[in-house]
Design a protein around this ligand. Structure first.
Ligand code: GDP
Length: 883
């Protein structure tokens, strides 16, 4: 509901756009263009305005039925049999015929909304009333004398006739007249045993039923039938009535129509009946007689959070779920009773039903968490800066990060490889600096979109030989949007065609003014290849950090943000978090997004276990209940219970919002299909990636591609190898599968092959975006595609002093060729990419090894191959792009 244009709203309401615009103007909201977006507050305001000016009139708009007849009279006769068990006085069982005649007159009143569904409802309700009353009567009569019962029955019939007549009049008459009828009916009400059994007066929440006067009187008795029902009683005189001393007006009286009473009203009436004479004149309904006027429609105030299910909302409004569904339907929102609707929709539907919505107070566990968090506090001290590197593709981001990591990060365990955890910190003479190693701008902005402002400084890498390029500009925009200061790393200064002045001029055009030109941006010339100037960059970062005076509480409970996460086969969910406040230690309980857990182990970027991590330090956390998302926050809490509660509540909330989102999409889809058939092609994509950050980044970037011609739909994205279920999903929705640093397993490949699905592997995020973009914009051309030509399964690893590690392999697919590049895969995830050092069969060097044959493979610069890994051999081929 959030982004509705006036045009759409008019469509939903069935009102001409011009009229709606005029109404909006009258309501004091200036809109000129039908394509302007109208917010929910404005909608509510408009609703209020219309209510004020027209009373209930605006409700006519969607359901005007000018052709309906002015008056309808219905007659009904039902005959039933009641078998009466032998009573104390009776000797044998008897069968009594009960004939019920009903006549109803419906009169159309133009000032009151009067539409068919409501009549229908009323019919139903009254029929039920009549039925239930019949049953009750049968019970009570079973106890009474048969003859007397017959007399009563006759009398009741007469009373019913009276009631019907008066009821018809009452419909035509105004409120006052109806009350008179009611009064009269009451006077005639007998004190039968059934009186006690009759359901108490029920509060009616919905105003549109006011007008039904006496319509159900034919059945001759009242009963509650759920919400919105009425009591209609028609009984002839009884002992009680005589005791009450009223009733000069004779035996048969009726109680035609009792409008709903408030609870107090009902109570008063009951009390009064016992002690006071019954009112016989309609005019006496007010005053000392405790008949309360029909109360105003009950206006309930309900608290609604971000989302609420239709059933919950109905329960809070004390009406039937199906009524809420109906009201929603009238507003053009199709839901089922179990679906969640968002806050705005809930507000509108509740208003429609005559109730009010108030903002729900925050969920309890969450507020406890915040309260406790606020109570924590402490001395702030200086913390290291957190830096993200951005820039155009191929300008040297990776090279720069690699150089810094290689030369500055303390080596891990002897021989161990530094693993990629999405962030690392370096110690410089001027202090520690933390680098976020996330894939590109998309990750940066999607993390930011989730509220995780994790970066203090952005390093903008610009190649001195290439200058300011589109993604450079994008990076500047991102940094500016996040209000994060920039430092420009002018890379590739070692190149002969480096042109620093051109770069600076390019930057100035985008309002990035170098310090030496009087601006505030430091520009550091360097070379990621030779390493020249990298120290200057680190110095520049430290200087910038000093200016920013970054501080954090270094002790106490930790909090921070998730940078990256993945599911590790052996270790379970693994999340790299950046501690922003406090000290994260082993054994802490934490809530992390919708997950929770106890920190089982902490690893630093070198894969070394650490006991704790302070502000601005990235660590890998083991022990969470699931894989959190990049950008989620994490908070350490005192006890596991609170952690669990908060996580649970967040999970529910997230699920509900997702359901709302999905419902919205479905609606849009329907609308799109019903639309003029614009001929927009949908490109469905299933994305699987090695880490959550990449999956998230890809998803957002791909979703953003949508053009007039093509709508790019990421129908699923996730972390880990491509499984059979991913493939089946893709097959079902005719989607392209994108594997980012992950591969399809054997069963998935079968599904892919048999369905002829399009599966593409990538390892560079921009390539994916680029390719999809080009497909989407119709700029087809040639592309370099990777084709896997062979896969070898590592069976054993031998270490030789001469060749290093040699993997004893079995080629399980295709052919492994020596001249081609390879990748090492573990759990279908790429862990290394490089070249073959040697390919041997029985001590002989060979050029290629075919499927089903054993061989020994040595991988250049990589000694960490393990049994169970796969070595995939691929080639790059140029192919014509197709859709
Ligand atoms: P990214 O796409 O921004 O991550 O760029 P890469 O780090 O992958 O670098 C792209 C290419 O530029 C690689 O071939 C690097 O070897 C090369 N490169 C990066 N930095 C330098 C540099 O300082 N000097 C030179 N000559 N080449 C560089």
């Amino acid at each position: 509901m959030s982004d509705v244009t006036i045009k759409q709203l008019a469509k939903v309401l069935g009102t001409p756009v011009d009229r709606l615009l005029a109404q909006l103007g009258e309501a004091g909201m200036k809109f000129s263009d039908p394509d302007q977006v109208i917010s929910s507050t404005e909608k509510v305001k408009l609703l209020g305005f219309l209510r004020r000016t027209h009373g209930k009139k605006e409700e006519e708009a969607p359901a005007a039925t000018p052709a309906s007849p002015r008056q309808i009279t219905l007659k009904r006769r039902t005959v039933s049999e009641i078998t009466v068990a032998p009573g104390q006085r009776g000797a044998t069982a008897k069968t009594v015929n009960v004939e019920v005649r009903q006549k109803r007159t419906y009169v159309k009143r133009s000032t009151v909304e009067d539409n068919q569904p409501v009549d229908q409802e009323r019919e139903d309700a009254l029929r039920k009333l009549a039925e239930s009353q019949l049953k009750r009567e049968a019970e009570s009569q079973a106890l009474a004398d048969a003859d007397r019962r017959r007399q009563e029955e006759d009398a009741r019939m007469r009373a019913a006739d009276d009631a019907r007549r008066t009821a018809a009049e009452a419909v035509v008459a105004e409120e006052e007249a109806r009350r008179q009828a009611e009064e009269a009916a009451r006077t005639a009400e007998p004190e039968a045993p059934a009186e006690k059994a009759a359901a108490p007066a029920v509060e009616r929440p919905r105003p549109e039923r006011h007008r039904e006067a006496g319509a159900g009187a034919g059945a001759g008795a009242g009963a509650g039938a759920g919400d919105g029902a009425h009591r209609h009683r028609v009984k002839h005189g009884s002992h009680r009535m005589q005791d009450d001393g009223g009733s000069e007006e004779g035996g048969a009286r009726y109680f035609g129509n009792e409008l709903h009473l408030s609870r107090e009203g009902a109570a008063r009436r009951t009390g009064r009946k016992k002690v006071k004479p019954r009112a016989v004149e309609p005019s006496r309904s007010a005053g000392s007689h405790a008949f309360s006027k029909p109360t105003a429609p009950v206006v309930r105030e309900v608290a609604v959070g971000e989302t609420i299910t239709v059933a919950d909302l109905a329960a809070k409004l004390a009406i039937k779920g199906v009524d809420v569904v109906k009201a929603l339907f009238k507003m053009g929102v199709m839901t089922t009773i179990n679906q969640a609707i968002d806050h705005d929709t809930a507000v509108l539907v509740a208003e429609e039903l005559g109730h009010k919505v108030v903002e729900a107070a925050d969920t309890s566990a969450e507020s406890t968490l915040i309260a406790r968090q606020a109570a924590d506090g402490g001395e702030r001290s200086t913390r290291p800066p957190v830096v993200t590197i951005m820039g155009h593709v191929d300008h040297g981001k990776t090279s720069l990060l690699d150089y810094i990591r290689r030369t500055k990060v303390a080596a891990g365990e002897a021989g161990g490889i530094t693993q990629h955890i999405g962030a690392y910190h370096v110690e410089t003479p001027k202090g520690v600096i933390t680098f976020l190693d996330t894939p590109g701008h998309a990750a940066f902005s999607s993390m930011r979109a989730r509220g995780a402002q994790s970066t203090d400084i952005v390093i903008l890498v610009v190649a001195a030989d290439d200058g300011v390029m589109p993604q450079t500009i994008e990076a500047i925009k991102h940094a500016r949007a996040a209000k994060v200061p920039l430092i420009v790393a002018m890379n590739k200064m070692d190149k002969s065609d480096a042109n620093p002045d051109a770069v600076k001029q390019g930057l100035v055009q985008h309002e990035v003014v170098p310090e030496e030109w009087g601006g505030d941006v430091q520009i550091v010339p360097l070379s990621a290849k030779t390493g020249a100037g990298v120290d200057d960059l680190l110095d520049a970062i430290s200087v910038q950090a000093e200016v920013m005076d970054l501080t954090a509480v270094a002790e106490g409970r930790a909090s921070g943000a998730v940078i990256e996460s993945s599911l590790d086969k052996g270790r379970g969910p693994v999340a790299t978090v950046l501690v922003q406040q406090g000290l994260l230690s082993k054994g802490d309980f934490l809530v992390c997004g919708v997950e929770y857990g106890r920190v089982r182990a902490l690893f630093n970027e070198s894969g070394v276990q650490v006991e704790s991590a302070g502000p601005s330090i990235p660590v890998q956390v083991l022990g969470l209940s699931g894989v959190p998302q990049a950008g989620d926050d994490f908070v350490v809490v005192a006890d596991e219970r609170l952690a669990k509660d908060v996580a649970q509540q967040r999970q529910n909330k997230r699920r509900e919002s997702r359901l709302v989102k999905q419902a919205g999409n479905r609606m849009e889809d329907i609308m799109a299909q019903m639309g003029e058939g614009t001929g927009q092609l949908a490109l469905n994509i299933v994305v699987k990636a090695d880490v959550q950050g990449s999956a998230e980044a890809l998803r957002e970037a791909l979703d953003a591609i949508t053009t007039e011609k093509i709508k790019v739909n990421v129908i699923a994205s996730g972390v880990g190898g491509i499984t059979e279920s991913d493939a089946t999903l893709a097959a079902a929705s005719k989607a392209v599968i994108i594997g980012f640093n992950v591969r399809a397993d054997a069963s998935a490949r079968k599904v892919i092959e048999s369905n002829g699905l399009d599966l593409r592997y990538f390892s560079i995020i921009y390539d994916v975006i680029d390719q999809v973009k080009q497909v989407a914009t119709g700029l087809l051309g040639t592309e370099v595609r990777e084709e896997i030509i062979g896969i070898a399964q590592v069976r054993d690893v031998f270490r030789s002093s001469k060749f290093g590690a040699i993997a004893g392999c079995m080629v399980i697919e295709g052919t492994v060729k020596r001249s081609k590049p390879i990748r090492v895969l573990r759990d279908n995830t790429v862990i290394f990419e490089g070249e073959l050092e040697s390919l041997r069969r029985f001590k002989e060097n060979v050029d290629e090894v075919r499927n089903g044959t054993e061989c020994g493979i040595g991988v250049k610069q990589y000694n960490d191959v393990k049994p169970g890994d796969q070595i995939e051999c691929f080639e790059r081929i140029e192919v014509q792009r197709t859709l």
